[in-house]
Design a protein around this ligand. Sequence first.
Ligand SMILES: [Zn+2]
Length: 176
Amino acid sequence: MDKCDTCDFNYTDYEFDDISKNINSLVSQYAKRLQAGIDDPDIEIALWSRPSPQIWSGLEYCCHIRDVFLIQRERLFTTLVESTPSFSPLYADQRAELGRYGAENIEQVGLEIKVSANLFSKILLEINDEQKSRTFIYDYPTTCERNITWLARHTLHEAYHHLRDLDLVTELSLKA
Ligand SMILES: [Zn+2]
């Protein structure tokens, strides 16, 4: 996947060396949305609410992206050491239930996204050109061989894509 049909994110628009900076700027957008939930009780309720039983709440999307940064950091380290490793799935839906995303604290999640994003993005700054092409087997959206440049772009895409989800579900819940 090099372009997302849902959010129009184009992987090749982002140079590796800018991805850390781009992640930080998206994280400040998440912080803004979560701060709005702290400041405004209506937005707080909307962040907690699932627009329908099968769709995550805004807060659940925030918890998801927090965990994405953490797991991608681990995958990055594994790829820097092992030769073309494969990874266990993220188990996003199971993780949301097991990790009780829906019962998390908005302010705390805001802090945790900053920490997890920073833990991921600061490692990107240490990657040299030879390391950027180290490969791994990735299972999403289809199973194929990818490299660290793609992992960085894909993680930025996750943050970009789910910020859009966060806005969409918050808007739906505010209207409900
Ligand atoms: Zn997308």
